[in-house]
Design a binder for this molecule. Structure first.
Ligand SMILES: [Zn+2]
Ligand SMILES: [Zn+2]
Ligand SMILES: [Zn+2]
Ligand SMILES: [Zn+2]
Length: 156
C-alpha cells in the first residue's frame, strides 16, 4: 500500500522516449533493412560495415588524389595497388637480386618470370616425359614443338 506513484517520474520518461523509433521484436538488435537481406547484429557499427561491404551504403571511400582520376576504393590497400599500377606512385618494386641486373617488377610473378628466362633462376621446366627423353623446356610452346618434331606427337 505504501507504493509511491511518482507522477513526476512518468512525465520525464515520456519526454525521453522518442516516438519515431520502431518497436521491433528483438529490441537491441540492429537490422540491415535492405530488401532480401536478413543481416542483423547487436552492434550498430557492424551493420554499418556490412552495409558498406555488401550494399555500397555509407561507404567511406579512399579516393585517388591524382588529377583527373576518379578511382575510389573501399580499402586503403586497394587504393595503394591502384596507384602503383596506374600512376607509378608508392610502388613497391621487386628487384632482381642478380649481380649487375637492374631489372625491377611491380609484381612478384613478373620478377620470377624474368629470373627464369634471363638468369635461369627458379625455372619451372616443362618436361617431355616421353620414355628415355630428357628434354625440358622453359616454355610450353617449345615443348610442344619438340614433341612434334622429335616424337611425332602433336598436342592440340
Ligand atoms: Zn544487408
Ligand atoms: Zn588513380
Ligand atoms: Zn635480372
Ligand atoms: Zn622428348
Amino acid at each position: 500500500m505504501g507504493k509511491r506513484k511518482g507522477g513526476n517520474n512518468e512525465d520525464n520518461n515520456d519526454k525521453k522516449r522518442s516516438k519515431g523509433e520502431r518497436e521491433e521484436d528483438s529490441p537491441g538488435m540492429f537490422t540491415c533493412g535492405e530488401e532480401g537481406c536478413d543481416f542483423e547484429s547487436k552492434w550498430k557499427c557492424a551493420v554499418k560495415r556490412h552495409k558498406a561491404a555488401i550494399h555500397d551504403i555509407d561507404v567511406t571511400y579512399y579516393l585517388c588524389s591524382v588529377d583527373g582520376c576518379d578511382f575510389k576504393a573501399k580499402t586503403a590497400s586497394t587504393l595503394k595497388t591502384h596507384r602503383a599500377a596506374i600512376h607509378d606512385i608508392d610502388v613497391t618494386y621487386y628487384l632482381c637480386s642478380v649481380d649487375g641486373c637492374v631489372f625491377k617488377a611491380k609484381q612478384a610473378s613478373s620478377l620470377k618470370t624474368h629470373k627464369a628466362f634471363v638468369h635461369d633462376v627458379d625455372v619451372t621446366y616443362y618436361l617431355c616425359r616421353v620414355d628415355g627423353c630428357e628434354y625440358k623446356a622453359k616454355k610450353a610452346s617449345s615443348l610442344k614443338r619438340h614433341k612434334a618434331s622429335v616424337h611425332g606427337i602433336h598436342v592440340v
